[in-house]
Design a binder for this molecule. Structure first.
Ligand SMILES: Cc1cc2nc3c(=O)[nH]c(=O)nc-3n(C[C@H](O)[C@H](O)[C@H](O)COP(=O)(O)OP(=O)(O)OC[C@H]3O[C@@H](n4cnc5c(N)ncnc54)[C@H](O)[C@@H]3O)c2cc1C
Length: 434
């Protein structure tokens, strides 16, 4: 659909409530931000358009990466709220640590539904007011200061006022709407590909795991080149889960999508689903262990790796990542490689020096040209390459707790003037690794 003429709307929007901190988006970053801000004594409202917390981590995935560095010696580089998430999963025996067999360091594989429950509990214990089924649509502003948000609800538009806002929407919805500069990987064609994940049920897991991934990839290439299957990506990963006979896949690939464009995203959802069933057919017909398996669970939505990234007070670069840069205003750390899911058949990996990490500076979370907003998660200020390293959920949680503490400490929403030394001290007290 082409954009037509504009329509003027003159709506009076009821003011629902006022609080200290509003967090938009209840994914890895937003949940951590809300919990951390509330623990600092702020009155926090967390707004999530879905009916559960966890974001991409609950809708698409089941493995936290970024907690550990890859390479010969493993270092844990994330702590604090993320540790409590793992503890909640461990209490229910719903997380298993998988050694680094594929790229990004040891992974922590969990049950996504239990993750939703754990986030509910952490948010409730911290006193966060969680609003589900509410979608951020606009900002309230006074000059260049954002002082609240407008939400679309089943009862129409509602406004919430708060001096500090955390944009953890993944797509930088708040910062973009407020007029902050951003890079739009979807619009400029550089965005990483999208993936619909799915689970296979009734798998003979021992037989499936005994089949080497190189053999799996070779078989994909053979059948795709013979034209028997439409498999755009001839590699990818499949791994065991906390459940017997269930394997989780990351195989499909939909490239060239602007995930903020409703029509493109709608087409991508259909294409991702189509591919998922095609990969499932391939697994059943060609891969040991899957002979009696069936596709048992599609991701709630297609997984979006990259869309808008703010252009903030600092822009994390490829050289910062590969050169293991350190910064005085570090609020999180990362040792993950650059993992580039480009439009072709494979994935490109580039590693930091063995065991090294780089810092994520607070300035990467601060949008330029607007006041009262801090971002967290995959919409941080970073180049395409740096983003391909820093976007794991471990780092999104770590950035989230930093943004939450900063939002709670900022006097009158002065996020730019916040004492970063004090933020770092509070983070260390919470267990963060800096
Ligand atoms: C296919 C795929 C595979 C990946 N594999 C891994 C992996 O194995 N391990 C790993 O650690 N990382 C992985 N990543 C990266 C990681 O999942 C993401 O970078 C991370 O989850 C982003 O977290 P976030 O909190 O920034 O955003 P999200 O988790 O996406 O959270 C954003 C939240 O905001 C909500 N929201 C969005 N807009 C609005 C709005 N306007 N109003 C209200 N709510 C809104 C959304 O519903 C969502 O809950 C993968 C990503 C993808 C797409």
């Amino acid at each position: 659909m082409k954009a037509g003429p504009t329509v003027d709307l003159h709506w009076r929007v009821p003011l629902w409530a006022a609080c200290d901190v509003v967090v938009i988006g209840g994914g890895s970053a937003g949940c951590s931000a809300a919990v951390a801000a509330a623990e600092q004594g702020a009155a926090v409202v967390l707004v999530e358009r879905q009916g559960f917390l966890g974001g991409t981590g609950a809708m698409v995935l089941d493995t936290f990466y970024g907690f550990y560095t890859p390479g010969s010696v493993e270092h844990k580089v994330v702590g604090g709220v993320p540790d409590r998430v793992i503890a909640g999963l461990e209490r229910r025996a719903m997380v298993l640590k998988r050694p680094n067999t594929y790229g990004a360091g040891a992974g922590l594989t969990y049950d996504p539904d239990t993750l939703k429950l754990v986030w509910d509990e952490l948010a409730a214990a911290a006193g966060v007011n969680v609003l589900h089924h509410c979608t951020f649509v606009d900002v309230l502003r006074e000059g260049d200061r954002v002082v609240g948000v407008v939400l679309a609800t089943k009862q129409g538009l509602r406004a919430l006022r708060a001096p500090s806002l955390v944009d953890a929407s993944g797509d930088a919805d708040v910062a973009a709407r407020a007029g902050a500069p951003f890079e739009d990987a979807g619009a400029d064609g550089s965005a990483q590909s999208l993936t619909t994940t799915f689970r296979m049920f009734d798998v003979d897991v021992a037989a499936a795991r005994a089949f080497p991934k190189e053999a799996l990839w070779a078989r994909m290439r053979e059948v795709a080149e013979r034209g028997e299957y439409d498999l755009p990506r001839r590699e990818g990963s499949i791994h065991a889960t906390p459940f017997a006979n269930v394997m989780h896949t990351n195989l499909t690939r939909v490239a060239g999508v602007d995930a903020t464009d409703p029509e493109q995203l709608s087409r991508a959802e259909r294409e991702g689903r189509r591919q998922a069933f095609e990969y499932a057919r391939f697994l059943r017909e060609h891969v040991p262990g899957y002979e009696r398996a069936h596709l048992g669970g599609l991701s709630v939505q297609i997984g979006v790796r990259e869309s808008r990234r703010i252009r903030g007070e600092y822009w994390l670069s490829r050289d910062d990542v590969l050169g293991a840069a350190s910064f005085p205003d570090a609020v999180a750390r990362c040792g993950a490689p650059i993992e580039e899911h480009h439009g072709g058949g494979d994935t490109r990996w580039e590693y930091l020096p063995d065991g090294a990490t780089y810092d994520i500076p607070y300035r990467c979370l601060l949008p330029r040209e607007i006041e009262g907003v801090v971002v967290a998660g995959r919409c941080l200020s970073a180049s395409h390459d740096a983003h391909a390293s820093v976007r794991s959920m471990g780092q999104c949680m770590a950035m989230g707790q930093a943004a939450g503490v900063a939002a709670a400490l900022a006097q009158g929403g002065n996020l730019r003037g916040v004492d970063v030394g004090a933020v770092r001290e509070r983070l260390v007290e919470m267990g963060a690794v800096l």
